[in-house]
Write a protein that binds this ligand. Structure first.
Ligand code: HEC
Ligand code: HEC
Length: 173
């Protein structure tokens, strides 16, 4: 009986392989990926793309991708990156103290909350210091693969506001 099952399995395997080749179901390993050049080629042409050149203060905020998603950066970041230990222009405008003066969204309370000591701090905690780890400027490119994801916001202002710290423990007893 076992012998029979083995033979059936081998025959099925053959049929599988044969039909794969017939329909060109398999890809050559150099064809992987979405770029038009071979995977082994270093000569890849990037499409033309440009980041926003609208200065901070003149751009329009972009709707959040989903509830409590990190908002994307709508303005030019020329001269603001890289963030270093001694230089972080983002904080100058987005700290809770300065943001109202700059007409910018202040960092949320989650960014000044120290989860190690369970304490709210006066300034941005180290884990949130490197802003562009999570917040990124956007370029005018269309995605190569479409995306059907539709976010559901539980509150009507969730598209423009966040409240992660308030809901962080939701569902935890
Ligand atoms: C000169 C002040 C200034 C600096 C510096 C600055 N921003 Fe902004 N940012 C703004 C203002 C003002 C807005 C609101 C949109 C506008 O008016 O252009 C904004 C909008 C944003 C938003 C969207 C907020 C929302 O509610 O959707 C994000 C995210 C952001 N900035 C991140 C950053 C990061 C990260 C940096 C550092 C790389 C940075 N910003 C540097 C002033 C600034
Ligand atoms: C580890 C990822 C991460 C880092 C680093 C980070 N953020 Fe955020 N940020 C988020 C997420 C996620 C949200 C939305 C949820 C929340 O925390 O309220 C957010 C929200 C914000 C908002 C919107 C606040 C609101 O009330 O709608 C601003 C402005 C912002 N961040 C600015 C910054 C700046 C400036 C820095 C650097 C000093 C920074 N963030 C660093 C992940 C990050």
């Amino acid at each position: 009986m076992k012998y029979m099952i083995n033979i059936v399995a081998i025959v099925l395997l053959f049929i599988g392989c044969a039909s794969d080749n017939g329909n060109k179901m398999s890809l050559d390993e150099s064809e992987f990926g979405l770029r038009s050049a071979s995977l082994y080629s270093e000569n890849v042409d990037l499409r033309d793309f440009a980041y926003s050149t609208t200065p901070a203060g003149e751009s329009t905020n972009i709707e959040r991708a989903y509830e409590n998603a990190p908002p994307m950066i709508p303005h030019d970041v020329e001269g603001m990156l890289d963030i270093t230990r001694d230089y972080n222009a983002c904080i100058d405008c987005h700290s809770r103290q300065n943001a109202p003066l700059m007409n910018a969204t202040p960092v949320p309370l989650s960014h000044t909350y120290d989860t190690f000591s369970d304490k709210q701090k006066d300034s941005i905690v180290d884990s949130r210091y490197n802003c562009n780890l999570c917040h990124t400027p956007q370029a005018n490119v269309s995605p190569l693969v479409g995306n059907n994801f539709k976010p559901e916001f539980r509150s009507s202002d969730g598209k423009s506001k966040s409240n992660l710290l308030e809901v962080l423990d939701e569902g935890v007893k």
